[in-house]
Design a protein around this ligand. Structure first.
Ligand SMILES: [Zn+2]
Length: 378
């Protein structure tokens, strides 16, 4: 269905611009133009000054609407999680599996492949977060699931889904050769839940590692004579860092300092959302552990943080408010930059001709009012 969005404030590379008409073809954006004739003979959507933004791309979503991907790694779960996050502007996402048995990883990969084949809106691939992690930085992950990444898992992790596979691993729990083989096979490898030294991370970066999962959380911090994972992440100018900006996972001051170390387009907002997002139910089970939402934070009984309770629109608002990042860049951290990290630039994350017609319409407070995926309204 061809549609012309008129009278909006459109996020382009120049910032929020007025006077543009955005015409969608079927699943893609056909044109972004100042020529009013573009809206002729096409169904019009009058935005009346509202914001027209690239839909959000969330690369770390454990659940939503009462559903946890680990509990039931099925097409139905992926669909349900996508539906909930769509309300908050997310038009593309990676359902995320935390450390589990390899049989569950297998099921999750198959479900992702089937969901993509069935055209479930928004599913981009899968984020496999563990079990190849360092127990010393396990966070809420189940220690009994954690294991070394050897040759046996390679076939599983490189199985095609028709989308992207993002793998969070601890570089010290595998070999540089394995990281090279995985990235050569198209897997996007990110360091997380890791106690690696600076030198170990540097070697991993030289072998294809391109990301850091929830920077600062569950990784070796900067110390005076050992820069650790955090030091490596901030020192390397090319890799991407995902951040959870909920006001709890990392002190905003620490995130503001991090933002001064690298270009803004190397930061990616993630929700790390749990089933409580978009649900009235504020307690759930995570691999046998009871997690409750207390003061807006998901925690285990011992106080360990267990994912977050935020949606992506909230993460963007927090980035503006707490981190003092401009509106345009805050939105790009939730759309364009994660797309670039996954190697999807040219297709996802911008309002430009040829890109997917994935659009969030929001008011001035960045409350999402409507979400379009592949040219179809919610
Ligand atoms: Zn994690």
């Amino acid at each position: 269905m061809a549609v012309a969005f008129v009278n909006g404030r459109v996020l382009t590379d120049a910032g929020l611009e007025e006077g543009l008409t955005v015409v969608t073809g079927s699943a893609h954006i056909a044109s972004v133009t100042r020529d009013v004739r573009a809206a002729k003979n096409v169904e019009k959507v009058d935005l009346d000054g509202k914001l027209l933004l690239p839909g959000f791309v969330d690369i770390q979503v454990n659940g939503g609407g009462g559903v946890l991907f680990n509990d039931k790694p099925t097409v139905e779960s992926i669909e349900a999680i996508g539906r909930v996050h769509r309300r908050f502007g997310t038009t593309a996402f990676l359902p995320t599996l935390v450390s589990d048995d390899l049989s569950v990883v297998d099921e999750a990969i198959s479900a992702t492949r089937d969901a993509i084949a069935a055209g479930v809106p928004g599913v981009l691939g899968i984020h496999i977060e563990g079990p190849f992690l360092n127990e010393e930085r396990k966070g809420v992950h189940d220690a009994s699931k954690i294991r070394y990444l050897d040759e046996d898992a390679f076939e599983l992790l490189t199985r095609p889904t028709g989308g992207k596979t993002l793998l969070t691993l601890a570089p010290e729990k595998t070999t540089p050769r394995m990281i090279r083989a995985l990235t050569d096979a198209g897997v996007v490898v990110s360091a997380g839940h890791t106690n690696a030294t600076y030198a170990e991370v540097r070697t991993a970066l030289d072998n294809g590692l391109t990301g850091f999962t929830h920077l600062f959380n569950a990784m070796s911090p900067i110390a005076v004579r050992e820069p650790g994972v955090v030091g490596a992440a901030l020192d390397d100018q090319d890799s991407w860092c995902s951040v959870i900006v909920d006001g709890y996972h990392v002190d905003p001051v620490v995130l503001r300092l991090a933002l001064r170390c690298k270009r803004p387009d190397r930061f990616v907002l993630v929700t790390d959302a749990m089933p409580s997002v978009g649900s009235e139910e504020k307690a759930f089970n995570l691999l046998g552990r009871r997690i409750t939402v207390r003061d807006g934070v998901c925690v285990g009984d011992d106080g360990t943080l267990a994912g977050s309770n935020i949606d992506m629109a909230t993460a963007v608002r927090n980035t503006i408010r707490l981190l003092k990042v401009g509106t345009a860049d805050s939105i790009r951290m939730a759309s364009q930059y994660p797309s670039e990290f996954l190697g999807l630039s040219g297709n996802y994350g911008r309002i430009a001709a040829g890109y997917r017609a994935n659009i969030a319409i929001a008011d001035d407070e960045l409350k999402v009012l409507e979400t379009w995926i592949d040219g179809s309204p919610s």
